[in-house]
Design a binder for this molecule. Structure first.
Ligand SMILES: NC(=O)N[C@@H](CC(=O)O)C(=O)O
Ligand SMILES: [Zn+2]
Ligand SMILES: [Zn+2]
Length: 346
């Protein structure tokens, strides 16, 4: 196969940031993607409907002329979130999900949830109105090994929340383990999981063997090879509950290549080419569109995009920029470490 045409994809987990960074990274996504679920972990976070409306306007204002893109907004769940504000934001169509960050789990998560009893009211309202909860699924307990934090979160936090709130629709964001795949696979259709591009490509050796690679460091951190293989099997299975959320998360190089480097891989630029490579390797090109363009939209109750994109495979490897310039410093584009022959042609 040397060419494939798909419905235009959606990215169901994306960090666009704000200001100069937003302006630089937005076209990288909008070039290929029609819509994206926009993460609310700005500083300060996007907490209220009013914050989300203002952020949406800033995103649309940063979009280059001639590009079409629809930001799907989310609210950052805090212990002070007002269920009524959430309900109004949902009813108006402005907000498509609420995001749960356990306090301290990842980049800009200090305002996240510590006491889950304090958000019970919001979760009950969300279950009633059918608004999904997107979850960064890692415990923050320093006694738990960082490679076990996802599996422990499922047992200690996610499963109890779901049992206590019947009907709550949940997206396990950026799953990185076989445990995550197995848990999601055993549930009803009120549970879905996003999978990133980079977790289909790297395991923990890529980060640590032969020298530390800060641009492969993200959270949840990549795990053992068996987990990467479980993610590949899930992503390419065609199962509707697994869909693309790139978690493309730009940080200036100066803060990645640092004694205490930020977590996040920036994959917006080459995600579709990398996914074509992965799906071809898995003999699953016929399921690429399901993963990138159909299942996520269906879970969020959105119509599939009518527009199409075409990917082409060439004999010579495709070339992608190593870095993009932003007014906030350069950002390194994710390097898969192997030649990629696919690229988006139109
Ligand atoms: N994934 C990451 O490593 N980083 C994300 C936060 C997140 O999605 O957890 C970021 O905002 O930089
Ligand atoms: Zn996260
Ligand atoms: Zn993220």
């Amino acid at each position: 196969m040397t060419q494939i045409t798909l419905r235009r994809p959606d990215d169901m987990h994306l960090h666009l940031r704000d200001g100069a960074m937003l302006k630089a990274v937005l076209p990288e996504t909008a070039r290929h993607f029609a819509r994206a679920i926009i993460m609310p972990n700005l500083v300060p976070p996007v907490v209220t409907a009013r914050d989300a409306a203002a952020y949406r306007e800033r995103i649309l204002a940063a979009l280059p002329e001639g590009m079409a893109f629809e930001p799907l907004m989310t609210l950052y769940l805090t212990e002070a979130t007002d269920p009524a504000d959430v309900a109004v934001a949902h009813a108006s169509g402005l907000v498509k999900a609420v995001k749960l960050y356990p306090a301290g789990a990842t980049t800009n998560s200090a305002s996240g949830v510590r006491d889950f009893d304090k958000v019970r009211g919001v979760l009950e309202t969300m279950a009633e109105i059918g608004l999904p909860l997107c979850v960064h699924g890692e415990v923050t307990d320093s006694a738990i090994d960082i490679f076990d934090r996802e599996a422990v979160f499922i047992d200690r936090v996610l499963d109890p929340i779901r049992r206590a709130t019947p009907g709550l629709r949940v997206v396990m964001e950026h799953i990185t383990t076989k445990d995550g795949v197995d848990y999601a696979s055993a549930q009803g259709d009120d549970l879905a999981a996003t999978i990133t591009t980079h977790h289909l490509i790297i395991n923990r050796n890529h980060i640590l063997a032969g020298g530390i690679k800060p641009h492969y460091y993200c959270l949840p951190v990549a795990k053992r090879e068996e987990h990467r293989l479980a993610l590949r099997a899930a992503a390419t299975s065609g199962a509707a509950r697994f869909f693309l959320g790139t978690d493309s998360a730009p940080h200036p190089d100066a803060l990645k290549e640092h004694a205490c480097g930020c977590a996040g891989c920036f994959t917006a630029t080459n995600t579709m080419a990398l996914l074509a490579h992965v799906f071809e390797e898995e003999g699953a090109m016929d399921r690429l569109e399901t993963f990138t363009s159909l299942s996520g939209a269906a879970f969020y109750g959105l119509p599939a995009n009518e527009d199409r994109i075409t990917l082409e495979k060439t004999d010579r490897p495709a070339s992608f920029p190593a870095k993009i310039d932003t007014g906030a410093g350069t950002v390194t584009v994710f390097d898969p470490g192997f030649p990629v022959h696919w690229s988006v042609s139109c």
